[in-house]
Design a binder for this molecule. Structure first.
Ligand code: PGA
Length: 247
């Protein structure tokens, strides 16, 4: 299993960042779970150079372009130099600021071109009785996968994060039963871009109020390969409990 801890902007002190990193290193030495930390950009520079552990780093966002006259942008080349292996792309909190499917697709291609593995977030804002949300999800996946080469499709990680389940508590997260339904649907859509069994090999994560009390049931038999916890990853004790609950 893969756990990508999305610190968002919850962590705003170096002391806390270092403590969380120390916890993640300890956990990765003791457990089989693969741990990735999606940290605010300044902490990549702080933590990653001293990293001698199995913990990998993800950026929370990536620029779609290369360097030059682009104030405020953080390019793939910069992230690469900071030891980044993965990047989140299209998190709903970025989409809410105006990121479109087209921009997400550009970022994904830019990440691949620089050997950074994109973790693409998709998910519906709400559910409607006519299940139009399935079409929205399909369109989000299509925008990303269609332009990619086969090898890039295979390496892209998908994080299904229904927006209505983000930032709540375990009791308001998606149920294991509904998650199973969604992973089947997502794999079926992926089958349009990847032949045969290779659609089953794309790593699929779930995010949205993953907490120590529900992570296990969301992992068992639902077809996901891991999780993208937000608030539960920004506290050392809770993050430890998450990783321990998974095994
Ligand atoms: P949450 O966030 O675990 O706080 O719901 C998940 C996410 O937005 O990635």
């Amino acid at each position: 299993m893969l756990i990508v801890g999305n610190w968002k902007a919850y962590v705003e002190s170096q002391l806390k960042a270092k403590a969380l990193f120390a916890t993640a290193k300890r956990l990765s030495a003791q457990h089989d779970t693969e741990i990735v930390l999606a940290v605010p950009t300044p902490y990549l520079g702080l933590l990653s150079p001293s990293n001698r552990s199995k913990v990998a780093f993800a950026a929370q966002n990536i620029s779609a372009g290369t360097g030059g006259a682009a104030t405020g942008e953080v390019t793939a080349a910069l992230l690469k130099e900071l030891g980044v292996t993965y990047t989140l792309v299209g998190h709903s909190e970025r989409r809410a600021l105006g990121e479109t499917d087209e921009m997400v697709s550009d970022k994904v291609r830019h990440a691949h071109a620089n050997q950074i593995i994109p973790i693409v977030c998709v998910g519906e804002k709400e559910r409607d009785p006519d299940a139009h949300y399935l079409q929205l999800l399909r369109a989000q996946i299509h925008a990303v996968f269609e332009p990619l080469a086969q090898k890039e499709r295979q390496q892209t990680i998908l994080a299904y994060e229904p927006i209505w389940a983000i930032g709540k508590t375990a009791s308001e997260a998606m149920s294991p039963r509904d998650l199973t339904e969604m992973t089947l649907y997502i794999r079926k859509v992926l089958g349009e871009y990847l032949p045969g069994r290779s659609a089953l090999k794309v790593k699929l994560l779930y995010g949205g109020s993953v907490e120590p009390s529900n992570i296990r049931s969301l992992a068992e038999g639902t077809g996901v390969d891991g999780f993208l916890p937000g608030h539960a990853s920004a506290d050392s004790d809770i993050f430890s409990a998450l990783v321990k609950a998974l095994k």
